[in-house]
Design a protein around this ligand. Structure first.
Ligand SMILES: Nc1nc2c(c(=O)[nH]1)N[C@H]1C(S)=C(S)[C@@H](COP(=O)(O)OP(=O)(O)OC[C@H]3O[C@@H](n4cnc5c(=O)[nH]c(N)nc54)[C@H](O)[C@@H]3O)O[C@H]1N2
Ligand SMILES: Nc1nc2c(c(=O)[nH]1)N[C@H]1C(S)=C(S)[C@@H](COP(=O)(O)OP(=O)(O)OC[C@H]3O[C@@H](n4cnc5c(=O)[nH]c(N)nc54)[C@H](O)[C@@H]3O)O[C@H]1N2
Ligand code: SF4
Ligand SMILES: [Mo]
Length: 727
């Protein structure tokens, strides 16, 4: 049997590692990293190799399924794609006839390779934007404050290779696979200092020069405390601040009260460590701060913590210089109104944008461009402010994704919601509640593109194997569904034509399919990031060609009127998390531990791959991190089943006792849920017995006030050993 070698890209996570797949007779026999990838240089991980199993797994969904029993009962009939698409298109027409387009919500999970096409499909139905997605917690609370303060979002904009200090702030090693070698080289060869700031002593902390452990949800105060020291000790570049920033005096006055002592009391970090961190960041420059979800994205003070982070970045000064914050022309991943059908001047805050609770959360409407997730499930149940009759989830396991999962379940079970479709690889908890389940192809099985997420590089994604059964890629699904709704908007014959049209539209590059597939990596204009520095001096950052930044004042805005117009203070004021030992001491009496949920594991991507033996073996059971001292006080031993409860619900997990987490804090990884794993003879665990999101609050009064960010990483909980500890 002949072995074929095929190059493509793994889209298993956002790292987008170049892949080489060896195949025999449509089976994958081996996968390795592509050493020729100018981005990942041959790096590859166990999760990517999971593809071998997923491609040939006989439990995978391979045919569209129509519900025949009661919702959730698990009785299905196999149907053809034609029938499935007719059901979908027919239901869209029916809901629009009886209600309106806004009563249909098409949701997606994290960024996949079909974002733009998903938006085009939604526009075809009559809804502009993202529909529904976890944008209120997933990185936008990082990107939006960057836009407000510095005039551009930071999307992988850290220039590690030239930095003298690298601050890894609430980030997982998982996301640094392509860059981590570079960070270590910079540390070992160029003497760069690495600072890790995370409540968990994670694997990055192991190689750090300095490790700071904040109380979850208090990073906003830490930023202010660091700025207090830098300003007091005049460790900033006065000329840069005078020439290029706005509102420095107001900021300086505001941070006065954030002395090392007060910051220490709030964050639980010793004052000396805060001082050492400030002096290192300001003394060993350029300093690049690499933030991910930790500091700002999943707290009720999300946007203001993000603003404080960007003000610190600006105060440290290395903006648009080697080793600092880099501006991406165009602000990030390429897209265009011709593709998404969203007019450039579309106002997502206007009532005609029809976003659920867009008026209550104007920052989310403006920067998330989507329905507020909690409000969507609430609208299903109350039919207010308008009814939701149809929901379609493409790569989104809602029951394991959004906060307050019992509410999500109630909505999915409600007869008010007339039709649910889910497109996925397996029967997830959300798919089990569907009326129609659609099978999907994975990265080695599709002819698409990675959407230029990463430093502007186009990485072609031609298939290495054919998908099993009738699995369809999401691009093909949107094309065929869209075509049935409005053929003029979906003129392409197949995904290959869509790819080539897209590359020409966005980058002016004209290719045949073979040229695209074989060319593998194509540089676009956005790759030239950093080729030119201090663009704010030459006028290259602003559309009007004037020197300055892309903010209303043309300067970096410590004081931001736009932020104020979205419902926040114009300065990055610190607010305690809404549920915390400080803000709700009465709740803390019964729930004394601070809870952070959802840190990533190497083997699972959100709730996916818990059934894959090679991955499940690493984390067979849902588990929870507890500090040694707390465990001793609670009589909890390694491996005990424990109950973790919040004022809302209780779940169980196995205790992992160590110093990885500090005293007083409990950390639950993502996901709790487990699909059964036949090969290892390991059982499944349901979302309602182990799902971390059951513990979390949702809705008005429990989130970031204008962005609706749920406190996935800062609430309160209690923990106790379960009597029958071998359950
Ligand atoms: N408590 C807590 N909750 C969280 C988080 C947390 O840290 N803590 N993190 C939040 C964040 S940042 C995010 S982004 C969300 C993500 O949560 P989800 O949206 O649920 O996760 P995804 O991985 O985006 O999508 C899940 C489903 O997509 C399927 N899938 C994977 N690839 C494809 C594909 O190409 N096509 C199709 N059709 N299906 C596919 C997987 O099998 C999986 O069932 O969770 C959020 N929820
Ligand atoms: N294998 C795998 N890779 C993934 C994913 C996955 O599910 N699995 N998900 C993908 C997605 S959608 C996203 S958004 C990214 C997320 O990427 P990251 O943000 O890099 O990863 P996380 O582990 O979610 O969170 C980073 C760190 O934040 C810490 N943290 C928790 N609370 C706080 C806090 O209050 N302050 C600070 N400073 N840190 C805190 C956690 O301990 C964790 O180490 O990962 C992506 N990559
Ligand atoms: S899953 Fe692993 S191999 Fe695939 S892109 Fe992510 S880090 Fe790379
Ligand atoms: Mo995410």
């Amino acid at each position: 049997m002949q072995t074929e070698r095929k190059r493509t890209v793994c889209t298993g996570c956002h790292c987008r590692c170049g892949a080489v797949v060896y195949t025999q007779d449509n089976e994958i026999v081996r996968i390795e990293g592509d050493a020729d990838s100018p981005y990942s240089h041959g790096a590859f991980c166990g999760s990517g190799i999971t593809e071998r199993f997923v491609h040939s797994d006989d439990e995978r969904l391979t045919v569209p399924l129509k519900r025949v029993g009661e919702r959730g009962e698990g009785k299905w009939e196999e149907i053809s794609w034609d029938e499935a698409l007719e059901m979908l298109a027919g239901k869209v027409r029916d809901v629009i006839d009886r209600y309106s387009a806004r009563s249909i919500v098409v949701a997606q999970g994290t960024s996949r390779t079909s974002n733009d096409w998903g938006q085009r499909l939604k526009a075809t139905i009559g809804n502009l934007g993202w529909g529904m997605a976890p944008l209120h917690v997933c990185l936008i609370p990082n990107i939006m404050p960057h836009v407000l303060t510095l005039g551009a979002g930071q999307m992988h904009g850290a220039d590690v290779a030239h930095a003298k200090t690298i601050v890894l702030w609430g980030v997982s090693a998982i996301n640094l696979l392509p860059e981590y070698k570079e960070i270590l080289r910079q540390k070992d060869e160029a003497g760069a200092k690495v600072i890790v700031i995370d409540p968990r002593f994670n694997d990055l902390a192991n190689n750090a020069d300095l490790y700071l452990r904040p109380r979850p949800g208090t990073d906003g105060a830490l930023f202010l405390g660091l700025m207090n020291i830098i300003i007091k000790e005049q460790l900033y570049d006065k000329e840069f601040i005078d020439s290029w920033t706005y509102g420095f005096d107001e900021l300086a006055e505001m941070v006065l009260e954030w002395t090392p002592e007060k910051t220490s009391e709030t964050t639980w970090i010793p004052a000396e460590l805060i001082e050492e961190a400030a002096r290192t960041m300001a003394g060993e420059k350029p300093t690049t701060i690499y933030p991910m979800l930790g500091p700002s994205c999943m707290h009720t003070n999300a946007i203001q913590s993000g603003r404080a982070l960007t003000c610190l970045t600006a105060l440290l000064g290395p903006v648009d210089v080697p080793g600092g914050f880099m501006y991406t022309p165009g602000g990030g991943p390429a897209s265009s109104p011709e593709l998404t059908l969203i007019p450039p001047d579309w106002n997502f805050n206007a009532p005609e944008a029809n976003l659920l609770d867009g008026d209550k959360y104007p920052a989310f409407a403006a920067f998330g461009n989507a329905n507020v997730p909690y409000s969507t499930f609430d609208a299903v149940l109350t039919e207010q402010p308008w009814p939701i009759k149809m929901m379609v989830f493409v790569a989104n396991d809602a029951l394991n994704c959004y906060e307050a999962s019992p509410k999500v379940f109630e909505a999915l079970a409600s007869p008010n919601l007339e039709f649910i479709a889910v497109k996925d690889f397996y029967l997830t908890p959300t798919a089990k509640m569907a009326d129609l389940v659609l099978p999907s192809s994975s990265w080695s099985e599709r002819d698409t593109i990675d959407e230029e997420m990463f430093k502007g590089l186009i990485i072609s994604n031609p298939r290495a194997v054919d998908p099993p059964g009738q699995c369809w890629d999401d691009w093909k699904f949107y094309l065929e569904w869209g075509r049935r709704l409005n053929p003029e908007l979906w003129p392409w014959a197949d995904e290959k034509e869509m790819v080539l049209w897209r590359v020409k539209l966005l980058h002016g590059i004209e290719l045949t399919w073979d040229e695209y597939a074989e060319g593998a990596y194509f540089e676009t204009d956005a790759c030239k990031v950093g080729a030119e520095f201090k663009k704010y001096e030459s006028g290259k950052l602003r559309p009007d060609g004037q020197p300055g930044f892309m903010t209303p004042s043309g300067r970096i805005e410590f004081f931001s009127h736009v932020t104020e117009s979205l419902g926040y203070e114009p300065l990055p004021v610190y607010h305690e998390p809404l549920e915390s030992p400080v803000s709700t001491p009465e709740v803390a009496k019964d729930y004394p531990f601070v809870l952070t949920t959802g840190f990533r594991l190497y083997s699972f991507f959100h709730s996916a791959w818990t059934n894959v033996p090679g991955q499940r073996e690493l984390y067979p059971y849902p588990f929870v991190l507890i500090n040694t001292k707390d465990a001793a006080e609670k009589g909890i031993f390694e491996g005990d089943w424990v109950e973790i409860s919040s004022p809302r619900a209780a779940i169980k997990a196995k205790a992992q006792v160590s110093e990885e987490i500090g005293a007083g804090v409990i950390a639950l990884p993502r996901p709790g849920w487990r699909q059964a794993c036949k090969q290892l003879n390991l059982p499944g665990y349901n979302w309602d017995e182990v799902g971390i999101n059951t513990l979390l609050p949702g809705g008005p009064g429990t989130t970031d006030k204008s962005f609706s960010t749920a406190p996935m990483r800062s609430t309160l909980c209690q923990i106790k050993r379960l009597e029958n500890s071998d359950v």
